[in-house]
Design a protein around this ligand. Structure first.
Ligand SMILES: O=C(O)CCC(=O)C(=O)O
Ligand SMILES: [Fe+2]
Length: 215
């Protein structure tokens, strides 16, 4: 699918940098309890708005249909995926945008060796969203790390404990990183709620799909 025409006004700061640079200098960890934690790293990536624009036009976006309550539902967002699970991991990942691929060793060094899958979500307007969920593939493992990089317009990222309790909101700005770790995909859920008004926003997700013994 071609890039949708979307009104996005890159910030001067974001547009200036051509070579994205990443830093954990601003990282703050929140212990969510029950073995779950979340790191928020505001301003993780320099040049985030330029990357947003490059990915918007350079990605072959997919509109997925997913089964829900016995019928097929159109996902309220566009997506793209470069996973390691379909055949040859290195080749699949090699087709991922270089600026995102370059972040794999940065994340590996900080969190765990072996992030091997990159996903992209595009929320075109405030009507696009992702419903409450825990990341499914990750739930096969008791403890996982999922990193989410926000690009473009700001959106609220919500987290809530499974089984009820107060939700937490993280306002995600262009270049911010959020990392969910420990038991988070089992004991907490997350979502991007619909809002009345929002400019286009993208999230790049980094996961480890294959266990080291499966490589
Ligand atoms: O867009 C986001 O920040 C979250 C995306 C997400 O939860 C997912 O892709 O599983
Ligand atoms: Fe998710």
């Amino acid at each position: 699918m071609e890039a949708p025409a979307l009104p996005f006004q890159p910030s001067l700061l974001g547009a200036a940098a051509t070579e994205p640079a990443a830093s954990f200098a601003s990282a703050r960890r929140t212990d969510l309890g029950r073995g779950a934690w979340v790191d928020h790293v505001p301003g993780f990536l320099d040049g985030a708005d330029a990357l947003f624009t490059a990915l918007l036009h350079g990605t072959s976006w997919r509109q997925r249909e997913v089964p829900m309550y016995g019928r097929m539902v159109t996902e309220p967002r566009l997506s793209a995926w470069w996973g390691a699970e379909d055949g040859v991991p290195a080749e699949r990942l090699a087709r991922a945008p270089a600026a995102l691929r370059d972040l794999l060793p940065v994340l590996d060094a900080r969190y765990e060796r072996g992030f091997d899958a990159i996903g992209l979500n595009l929320y075109r307007t405030g009507r696009d969203s992702v419903a409450w969920h825990g990341d499914r593939h990750e739930r096969r493992r008791p403890v996982t790390t999922v990193a989410v990089l926000s690009l473009g317009s700001p959106r609220r990222f919500l987290l809530r404990p499974v089984g009820g309790g107060a939700s937490r909101a993280v306002e995600m700005f262009s270049g911010d990183l959020l990392v969910m770790g420990g038991t988070c995909q089992h004991t907490w859920q997350h979502c991007i709620p619909k809002v009345a008004r929002a400019g286009p926003r993208m999230s790049a997700t980094f996961r480890r799909r294959l266990h080291p013994t499966e490589r």
